[in-house]
Design a protein around this ligand. Structure first.
Ligand code: ZN
Length: 131
């Protein structure tokens, strides 16, 4: 009766400032799939629940890159979640719903500017390098 239980992974609350290149921010971060969890999945997946409560959020992510591809989903029920995304030397102000594909090696950062919603970060390996 429990032969597929191993495919269900409990999320782990992990403060965003514990992630390399990230500072404190009013974001609830849950690691859904990662190297600290028992999973056969080959990806890293984290969810950020964002609520600016009408205030401006100071930038909290530094420019960084990975040795594997990353995909970010920016989702909002209200459609009012706004992020500033930097890819290489270019910066974009983007609004939910949006998918950002970040090829391995491309310097990037993502900072919420305003609104309420969800940021899903998928990194295409369970163990990867950030630099
Ligand atoms: Zn990244």
């Amino acid at each position: 009766m429990a032969k597929y239980r191993k495919y269900i992974t409990k999320g782990i609350l992990e403060p965003i400032h514990k992630v390399p290149f990230h500072d404190k921010a009013p974001i609830k971060r849950t690691l859904m799939l990662g190297k600290n969890q028992k999973t056969q999945s080959k990806i890293h997946l984290a969810v950020h629940e964002v609520n600016s409560r009408g205030k401006k959020i100071a930038p909290y992510t530094e420019l960084h890159r990975h040795n594997v591809d990353e995909i970010d989903l920016i989702i909002s029920e209200t459609g009012k979640l706004v992020y500033e995304i930097q890819l290489g030397d270019e910066s974009y102000k983007i609004r939910a719903p949006c998918t950002i594909y970040i090829p391995k090696g491309l310097p990037h950062k993502a900072n919420v500017l305003s609104g309420k919603g969800t940021f899903v970060c998928i990194i295409m390996a369970k163990k990867y390098k950030t630099f």
